[in-house]
Design a protein around this ligand. Sequence first.
Ligand SMILES: Nc1ncnc2c1ncn2[C@@H]1O[C@H](COP(=O)(O)OP(=O)(O)OP(=O)(O)O)[C@@H](O)[C@H]1O
Length: 380
Amino acid sequence: MAYSAAMKAAIGALRPMLETHGLGMQSPEFAKHGEHKPAQDAPLVFVACSGGRDSLALAACARTVCSAWGLRCGALIVDHHVQDGSEEVARQAAQSCNALGLEPVMVINVDVHDDGQGLEAAARTARYAALVKTAKLWRASAVLLAHTKNDQAETVLIDLIRAAGTDAFAGMSDEQLIDGVLFLRPFLTISRAQTTQICEDAELRYWDDPTNGDAIPTDTALPRDYPLRSRIRHDLVPYLSAFAGCDIVERLASVTQIVRRDVSALQEEAERACAQTVEFESGIPAAEQQVKLFANIDARALAQYSEAIRYRVIAQTLAQCGLQFAARHVSAVDRLVSQWHGQGKVSLPSKYSAKRKAHVIRICEDVSHANRRCAKSNRS
Ligand SMILES: Nc1ncnc2c1ncn2[C@@H]1O[C@H](COP(=O)(O)OP(=O)(O)OP(=O)(O)O)[C@@H](O)[C@H]1O
C-alpha cells in the first residue's frame, strides 16, 4: 500500500485516538514494523463502511494501524435497501474491505421505516441501531465512523440553518457513547480531498451516492429536492469560500474545536445540575406501549443556576422524556422556574405538559396530571 502524505495524515489522526481508548500496541513484540497477526481475543475495532470514499479510506488506514498493533479490525456495511442497486454497492464495499484484509466483514440488512422524520433520518436511526447491536454482539471495543472535516463543516451549516443554538458551532463530537458502544470519528481533521487521494493511491473503487450531486456541474445549483447536506456541499460551501476568500471548511472545522471545549464544560455543569434538581420516574405503560418517562424538577433548586444551565437542564429533561421539542418549549418551562407567578400548565409535544405545584414542576402526559397526588420531592 502506498504511504502518501494523505495516508500519513489520516493514520496520524487515527493512532492517538485509538491509543486514548486503550487500543494501542497490544504487545512489545509488535514494535517491529509491518503487519502482525492479532491474537484471537485481541480487541476488535469495526469500521462502519458505506462503500464511499471516506469510509473506504478509513478502512484502509484502520487495517494498517490495527495490523501493526495486533488489534482485530472488521467492517460493518449497512444495506438500507432504500436506493436501487444498494445490494451491489454493499457487495462491492464488502469485497473492497475483504481485499484490504479486514475481518470479519459483514453486510447488515436493515428495514427502514419512515415514521414522519424523513427517509434520511429514518435510515440513520436504523443504521445506528444495527451498528450498536452488531458491535455489542461481537463485543467490539469501538466502531469507527468516517466523517471528515467537510462533513463537520456541513453539519455546522445544517444546524445553523435549523437554528440549533450554541451547540451547532460544536459540530459532531469525535467520540460518542451510544447505548454502551463507543463510536469514534478519527477523520474530523481530514479532508474529503485527502480521503479521495487515499482511495486513488490504494486503487480502492469507491461509490458516489448520486444524491450527493457530484455529477451536476459546479456552476449549476442543485435542485431543491436534493438533500440539504448535498446542496450545502455543492452550492453553499463553494459560495461562502469564494465570498470570504478563504477555505470555509477549514474555518468552520477549527471553530468547532474551540466551541467543543466550551460546550463540554457547560454540559458537564448541566449534568451535575440535572442530577441535583431532576428526578425521573416511569409512567404507567398503556398496553403494549413503551414505558414513558416522567420528570419532577425542583424549581427552587434549579432557579439558583444561570439561564444557560437552566435551559440545558430543561432541554435534557425533555429529551430524556422522549419529546421532540422546540426552543419555545424550553423557554416556556423555564418561565415556570424563573418567572413563577402561579401561571397554568405549559403544553408540550406528544400530549405532555409541564405543571408547577408548590416548588415542583412535573413533566408528564396531560392525563397523568389529573392523577397527580401531591408530587413528592425529597428535597425541600
Ligand atoms: N451504509 C452504511 N454502512 C455502514 N456505515 C455507514 C453507512 N453509511 C454511512 N456510514 C458511516 O457513517 C459515516 C458518515 O455517513 P455519511 O452518510 O455522512 O457519509 P458518506 O457520504 O456515506 O461517507 P463515505 O464517503 O464514507 O461513504 C460514513 O463515513 C460511515 O462511516
